[in-house]
Design a protein. Structure first.
Length: 95
């Protein structure tokens, strides 16, 4: 029995993204402020490298404030990705 680590719904979403990426102007990436790298999809770096990207660190009120500040600095230093903006957002408040 073969265990597949890449579930069918993820494969379908990736296929659809590849098909539709030319029609997309902006990527909105919402990450958990407590574990931003773990909640990110590394395939977006390749598929969306030429697109403007807005990264939101959600649930920053549940994360350690110092670590969240360091994550924002990590994303803002310009070395991680180009042409993107990021913001921290509390999960209990509304836009």
């Amino acid at each position: 029995m073969m265990i597949e680590w890449f579930p069918g719904h993820m494969r379908d979403a990736l296929s659809r993204l590849k098909k539709d990426i030319s029609r997309i102007d902006v990527i909105l990436e919402i990450l958990d402020a407590r574990l931003p790298l773990a909640s990110a999809n590394p395939l977006l770096d390749t598929l969306c490298r030429d697109k403007f990207r807005l990264t939101v660190l959600n649930k920053d009120d549940l994360a350690d404030p110092e670590k969240t500040r360091r994550w924002l600095t990590f994303y803002e230093d310009g070395k991680h990705r180009s042409e993107e903006r990021r913001v921290g957002k509390e999960c209990r408040s509304r836009w």
